[in-house]
Design a protein. Structure first.
Length: 418
């Protein structure tokens, strides 16, 4: 069955596959609008569904016509879908949130990032709430306890800096807008550097920005999207053997969120110089330098609060209820027997580490494509086994798997960057 579906998908033209993806996206968006209890999500669903439906119908029309430049037509349609599924819902929700600050027109992480940006703007520590002896200390009054934590590295707070003047921005300083702009700009740079077919680049943009795998997150939350864009830029740098580009992009991503660390570590295994030697040292120095410079001042000030926010809370080890607890296997098992919450993630990490090490040894020297494929598998296992994680994190292995296929047959040429 899987082989038949794969063969059928491979037999579709570009426009036909676009029509399929946009039609499925329309169904998903409408379903989310009907079923979601999160205002930001169901607003997005109702706003994006018509765009996806129009996109599917337009793609079907394109598939039936003999066009001299079909890829250009697909790219134009893709741009329209991004406008309707990302720009329109995002601008409306940001405006509504500005007019009615008490309404939930954004995911909780948006307010968390904006508050951290305001604290950084005033020269204060964003890691104010922490867990000590099982008790939450200095939780923000009037808000759910989980919104008091800042589960990122300090650099993520830069997206909240413009909100220090939110009352003058008419919603334009919403952190989602800042993150979306950075995501699109960095993605455009990465795609310009990435050596793969234009058809594959269209698919990457669809998954990263246009389909619900990207549009939903850009419009409602968005904190993972700049990380993915920087990771893609890092992949492009690794492919071109431009270790400075790879190091800086992955270093910035790693200085924002833990989810970038596996890719930064994987880069050390596949980085090569122009002469074919390992480029791990340069990348390691750049990544470590960026992370240490941005993290050390905050970690040194209050190590306990830093660890409680950045590590314990997002891993579900702080004893605080989190809305990120999606009904995935790890969460379900932890609900049945709470002690499993402290065992599943380390056990999954150990198992993946062992089999990953064996795979690396068997296929050394490791290629960029295989490294991305291994990370896609590792991400999937860790997300499914974590006691408190969002189902939305599956966009990481999805993108990594797509990038793995994108670089597998790319031509090798001399790099133009250093």
């Amino acid at each position: 069955m899987r082989a038949q579906l794969g063969a059928r998908w491979a037999g579709l033209s570009g426009a036909q596959s676009d029509a399929t993806l946009y039609a499925l996206s329309a169904i998903f968006a409408l379903g989310l609008g009907v079923t979601s209890r999160e205002p930001a999500q169901w607003h997005w669903g109702y706003l994006a569904a018509p765009t996806y439906l129009v996109g599917a119908l337009a793609a079907l029309v394109l598939a039936r016509r003999r066009l001299s430049r079909p890829l250009v037509a697909r790219m134009v349609l893709l741009s329209i879908v991004i406008l309707g599924a990302v720009a329109l819902p995002l601008s409306l929700e940001a405006r509504w949130r500005h007019l009615d600050p008490g309404a939930a027109y954004a995911q909780p992480e948006v307010s968390v990032i904006e508050r951290s940006g305001q604290l950084l703007f005033r020269g204060q520590d964003p890691y104010r709430t922490y867990v000590h002896d099982g008790h939450v200390v200095d939780a923000l009054k009037g808000l759910p306890t989980y919104e008091s934590f800042f589960p990122y590295f300090p650099l993520m707070g830069v997206f909240g800096l413009p909100s220090a003047e939110t009352h003058k921005g008419a919603g334009l300083t919403d952190a989602r807008i800042v993150m979306s702009l950075m995501t699109m700009l960095v993605s455009a740079l990465a795609l310009g550097l990435l050596r793969t077919s234009r058809e594959t680049k269209v698919r990457i943009v669809q998954v990263l920005l246009a389909l619900p795998t990207g549009a939903l997150f850009l419009a409602t939350g968005g904190d993972d999207m700049p990380i993915l864009a920087l990771m893609l830029l890092g992949v492009a740098g690794l492919q071109r053997r431009s270790n400075y580009v790879a190091g800086v992009s992955l270093g910035l991503a790693a200085a924002m969120k833990l989810t970038a660390w596996p890719v930064a570590a994987g880069a050390l295994l596949v980085a090569r110089t122009n002469e074919g030697r390992s480029g791990a040292r340069r990348i390691a120095l750049i990544v470590a330098g960026i992370v240490l410079v941005t993290v050390t001042p905050f970690a040194a000030k209050d190590p306990g609060a830093f660890v409680s926010n950045v590590f314990a809370f997002p891993l579900g080890l702080a004893g605080v209820h989190s809305p990120a607890a999606s009904p995935l296997p790890g969460h379900i098992l932890t609900t049945i027997w709470a002690p499993l919450g402290h065992v599943l993630a380390p056990l999954a990490l150990a198992v993946m580490g062992y089999f990953g090490w064996r795979s690396v040894r068997a296929h050394w020297p490791l290629t960029l494509s295989r490294m991305l494929g291994l990370l896609a598998l590792a991400f999937s296992v860790m997300i499914l086994s974590a006691s408190a994680t969002r189902i939305g994190y599956l966009i990481y292995p999805l993108n990594l798997a797509l990038w793995s296929r994108a670089v597998v047959s790319a031509p090798v040429r001399e790099p133009v960057l250093v």
